[in-house]
Design a protein around this ligand. Structure first.
Ligand code: C5P
Length: 255
């Protein structure tokens, strides 16, 4: 079974209070975009990672398969191969997207028939962004990330130009650096903290603006940033003006 695991951008991200469980309450509008990893699932005796990629910690797709096997009380296995196209450590939800696609795929491969609503409970265990990506579409994500509802507001359909500086932003580190004064400085409350830790992110935002990008901002805890273009032709021009060396791409909101 072959699945497309779509990346996300946080169109907005408001950080609330630190909770007793170590997470922050947040409120974020999350949109899936046209950039995706390809996740290949094949029946197997055990849960096997066949991606051949160093994920640093554990492959979230494998963690998702283990969590679903536990929750469903089944003996089944799966061979998971992820073809990575979404840069890692970017705030584009690549690992979470792989996990979400794996849950949806295994629901049918293992014949569970749970549906997305029930899978979202398991998704919570895997990571804060995973329930939103299992839900699908543009969503409002609240709480730690477990309260997800379809976004009823306007969705800007203009193309996005994405740029990822060569730094890897660690989500826990960025949350630790977050200060109350950072709130409301822009659409993403984590952006000032990430820029303090990694000045390359500030430079990437400036580069996007200089190249003609509009409404430049960071996604998630970084390090990728994105801006709007009026249309595809303008997006191509902005992309060309950005210096080489960093990962860059054009994408659209897909929902
Ligand atoms: O759930 P996930 O593994 O994506 O979270 C990574 C880290 O990001 C957490 O350990 C926590 O430090 C931080 N985080 C947070 N509040 C959230 C989501 C993540 O503080 N709502």
């Amino acid at each position: 079974m072959t699945l497309e695991a779509h990346a996300k951008v946080n169109l907005t991200l408001e950080v609330g209070n630190l909770r007793p469980d170590g997470y922050h309450d947040l409120r974020s509008v999350v949109a899936p975009i046209s950039l995706f990893d390809v996740v290949e699932l094949e029946p197997a005796g055990d849960i096997v990672d066949a991606s051949g990629i160093d994920f640093g910690a554990e492959n979230l797709a494998v963690r998702a398969a283990r969590a679903l096997r536990r929750a469903a009380g089944v003996e089944a296995g799966v061979r998971i191969a992820v073809d990575k196209r979404i840069p890692m450590g970017a705030g584009l939800g690549g690992g979470s997207a792989d996990a979400a696609a794996t849950l949806v795929g295994l629901d049918s491969l293992w014949g569970l028939g749970w549906g997305r609503e029930r899978l979202m409970k398991v998704a919570e265990e895997v990571g804060s962004d995973v329930p939103a990506l299992v839900h699908g579409g543009v969503v409002l994500m609240e709480g730690r990330g477990e309260r997800v509802s379809g976004w009823k507001g306007e969705v800007d359909r203009r193309p996005l130009v994405l740029l990822k500086p060569s730094v890897h932003a660690s989500t826990p580190e960025v949350y630790r650096e977050f200060r109350a004064e950072d709130r409301g400085m822009g659409p993403n409350d984590l952006q000032p903290a990430a820029c303090r830790l990694h000045p390359e992110i500030r430079l990437a935002l400036e580069a996007l603006v200089r190249a003609g990008g509009r409404d430049a901002r960071m996604t998630g805890s970084g390090s990728a940033v994105f801006a709007r273009a009026e249309d595809r032709a303008e997006a191509e021009r902005i992309l060309e003006r950005l210096a080489g060396g960093c990962w860059k791409a054009i994408a659209e909101v897909t929902a």
